[in-house]
Unconditional design. Structure first.
Length: 94
């Protein structure tokens, strides 16, 4: 059994929540992004404000997805750190 440091347990718990959320929303992210991009390229030439709004919507959506993915990746690092410490027999490595 791997012993995790408190911050590793926190990372792993947060990643489990993020992983679940990401799995449930991945298709929604793709669908929304596609809708935003379709609307973006379909705007009239004079609709600069609408294009800006749609562009920002895509950027925010991509950022949220990136944060969820980074949180999941953080757990992978925490899990591997704990495993390395266990293999080396050194519980002080962070």
């Amino acid at each position: 059994m791997t012993d995790y440091l408190p911050h590793e347990r926190d990372q792993i718990a947060a990643a489990a929540r993020a992983r679940s959320e990401l799995q449930q929303t991945e298709t929604i992210f793709d669908d929304l992004r596609s809708e935003f991009l379709t609307a973006l390229v379909s705007t009239a030439a004079e609709a600069a404000d609408e294009r800006e709004r749609l562009y920002l919507a895509v950027k925010v959506l991509d950022r949220v997805r990136g944060i969820l993915r980074a949180t999941v990746a953080g757990a992978i690092v925490a899990e591997h750190s704990a495993e390395i410490r266990e293999l080396l027999g050194d519980k002080t490595l962070v």
